[in-house]
Ligand binder design. Sequence first.
Ligand SMILES: Cc1cc2nc3c(=O)[nH]c(=O)nc-3n(C[C@H](O)[C@H](O)[C@H](O)COP(=O)(O)OP(=O)(O)OC[C@H]3O[C@@H](n4cnc5c(N)ncnc54)[C@H](O)[C@@H]3O)c2cc1C
Length: 401
Amino acid sequence: MPLDSIVVVGGSLAGIRTAEALRRKGFAGRLSFVGEENEKPYDRPPLSKELLRGDREPDQIRLTKPEKFDELELDLHLGVRAESLDPKEKRVTLAGGATLDYDGLVIATGASARPLPGAPDLDALFTLRTLDDALAIRAALEGSPRVVVVGAGFIGAEVAATCRRRGLEVTLVEPLPSPMARVLASDIGAVCADAHRDEGVDLRLGVGVEDVLGSGRVERVRLSDGKEIPADVVVVGIGAVPNTAWLEGSGLEVGDGVICDATCAARAPGVVAVGDVARWHHESYGETIRIEHWTNAVEQADAAAERLLAGDGEVPPFAPVPFVWSDQYDLKIQAAGRLSPDDEMIVAHGSLEERRFVALFGRDGKLSGALAMNRVRQLMGYRRMMREGVSFADAVASARA
Ligand SMILES: Cc1cc2nc3c(=O)[nH]c(=O)nc-3n(C[C@H](O)[C@H](O)[C@H](O)COP(=O)(O)OP(=O)(O)OC[C@H]3O[C@@H](n4cnc5c(N)ncnc54)[C@H](O)[C@@H]3O)c2cc1C
């Protein structure tokens, strides 16, 4: 049965790209677009990079040009939160009590920054997820504060790099033995650690944050080794949590994300999930996964739109090779596949010492991942090989040919 009305909940990358895909694929009915933030969709990657450095302003990071946005003819509900879902009635209730009935629902509510457990309520203690967060941090970086960044994952490492580029004193604290250690082999983590040290970051590895202290505003950070670091600004980057609280009580299956089948369909008629909030069955990996990367949100938007418009018809499974990038100082890092520190690794091009290389990762005889640092052109070829299921040995041989 053709759909007359679709509601998109989540007004950012996954939401707007799904709305665009729906229109592109011919959906001409009512398309409601609900976003908790007051902003029209904007891009998050610059928040820890160009915008925080002061090289870009909010108007320069919009995801859709104004005229293209208008062409979508959205029934817009910005600055308003979806509070609950009734999948039996096919109804979304917004804050304030208004309701939106749907034939199709797109859940694109993303994720929120994970707060530091037990952190006190102090001024200048930040997490970074939204444009408002980034502008508040940027304002706090005026006046040469001493900055402590908690967590050396991608976002924490980028914030540390940006603060150094602004000439600030930066301490980067990470409980694991190297930056981005959850995904990077220790050799590559060590390259990143050296880069931060060379740029003048005081890098504290293998140590956690026990407390953030101050009266009214941040004054110092106490580490698990008992040391205290003076701080005027603290930015916490310790991961993200999927925004599913509004679905509680709906009966929709949720578990670290909205659970979906291989085609992005959630467990209720006419409902799909997209982007950081979606946990779907990845057929090639044989398990459910959730990915917090920009490219995944964009690629999944197309697949979810296809799923919704096809009704009960067949659509191909969504089984991409994940892709992520990170910019820190002059390091351009790009990774494809599923990296794990336990994988077999060889440096196929360049060298770690030069900080210009492509590393290949193998698991169960297959090429499982590739990471490029300042040598990004070759990466897409390896991403294609992963899609084709090329063996690790053949990928290494092709690199050496
Ligand atoms: C600082 C930063 C830097 C990043 N840099 C990179 C990078 O370099 N490379 C990369 O690959 N990825 C990067 N990412 C990740 C990338 O931005 C995310 O994967 C992407 O934003 C996911 O889009 P999304 O639409 O699924 O979720 P989100 O961007 O989280 O958007 C979800 C939206 O839904 C809204 N919402 C939530 N709940 C409700 C509700 N109940 N009702 C209405 N609206 C709601 C939220 O307010 C938000 O606007 C970065 C992320 C951040 C935060």
